[in-house]
Design a protein around this ligand. Structure first.
Ligand code: S3P
Length: 165
């Protein structure tokens, strides 16, 4: 079984993916980290050099061509489910879990804004307004996940239970 964790920047996809993979005793794959390794540059550098459209194509291609082991937990980039047919593809190839948080919760967790090209240079007020706007746009994709969990203070055991329910 492949488990795809999806959700907005800062909702804890990478951390929860590691914890869940530990519980399931299987490998964890972080698609953003795979892109960084493959391209030899950070996501911020890739955006700056090639633009967002090229990044969206690359992340979609990485999602669909990665040599996944049979069982694994995959942390996806926050925008990945919202482009092309990526959400449908994930639903067809594994279990999808949306780690849901409110805009203020997300804002309180997004400290390192410089490494995230979409948040670069924002102050707290701009950040909250941006999250509210983007979440409204993205929720139609995120809500197509097979499992939706409140991700604030989420215990990995609860996540495992939901997966097995
Ligand atoms: C993005 C989220 C980032 C990364 C890129 C774009 C987004 O991943 O893919 O900066 O559009 O929400 P994280 O959600 O892991 O921060």
């Amino acid at each position: 079984m492949k488990v795809f964790l999806i959700g907005f920047m800062g909702c804890g996809k990478s951390t929860k993916a590691k914890q869940l993979a530990n519980r399931l005793n299987c490998p964890v794959i972080d698609l953003d980290a795979e892109i960084v390794a493959q391209e030899g540059k950070t996501i911020a550098e890739y955006f700056a050099e090639n633009g967002e459209t090229a990044f969206r194509e690359l992340e979609s291609q990485t999602l669909k061509t990665f040599p996944y082991p049979e069982t694994c937990v995959i942390a996806t980039g926050g925008g990945l489910p919202c482009f092309f047919d990526n959400m449908e593809w994930m639903n067809a190839h594994g279990k999808t879990i949306y780690l849901q948080m409110t805009p203020p919760q997300l804002a309180s967790r997004l400290h390192n804004r410089e490494k995230r090209p979409l948040l670069k240079g924002m102050d707290d007020e701009q950040l909250l307004a941006f999250i509210e706007m983007k979440l409204t746009e993205r929720d139609i994709y995120y809500n197509q996940a097979q499992i939706i969990v409140n991700a604030f203070d989420l215990d990995v055991e609860i996540l495992e239970e939901k997966l097995n329910a």
